[in-house]
Ligand binder design. Sequence first.
Ligand code: ZN
Length: 178
Amino acid sequence: MPKRKPEVKLTNRQVRKFLEGIIGANAVNVVRACDFKKGVTDEVIVQKTELKLSSVRNLLNQLHGYGLIRYEREKDANTNWYTYTWFAKMDKIGDVVRSKWQGRLTDLEQEFDFESNHVFYKCTQGCQKLAFELAAEYDFKCPDCGNELENIDNKERIQELMGEMKDLNDLVKKIGAN
Ligand SMILES: [Zn+2]
């Protein structure tokens, strides 16, 4: 029997924070102006959000790219213009959030591995940070400015990464990831 996907219920605050993070604060207002069943036109969204039509269209495109809204279009027989009606599809937000967070977690894990397994050198002028092997190839001179490269302690960065990974893991657990 296939494992049933757990139901995703996000608090409004989490949804808001997520949308703000990936698209921007106005995305939240656009989603709020949309409807699940009835659908709204661009113009109605402009009225409700008081944003410019171009901004609304841009945000709608982005939200559509994430699969968070859908549209229906109708051709006006007289003008041949299309009218788009937008519908919220927020039941998908759990999947979108999960895959975003998991992607970020993978990045952090890779960085963590790299930081944990290398010794680092940094230009005294702050241009570059290089792993030992690469720094040695440049004779411990900065490839950008020629200044000394000095050994740096990356314990703090490793601690930071561990903290971020823990927070994300907690979030992923909260939305019931596998
Ligand atoms: Zn330098």
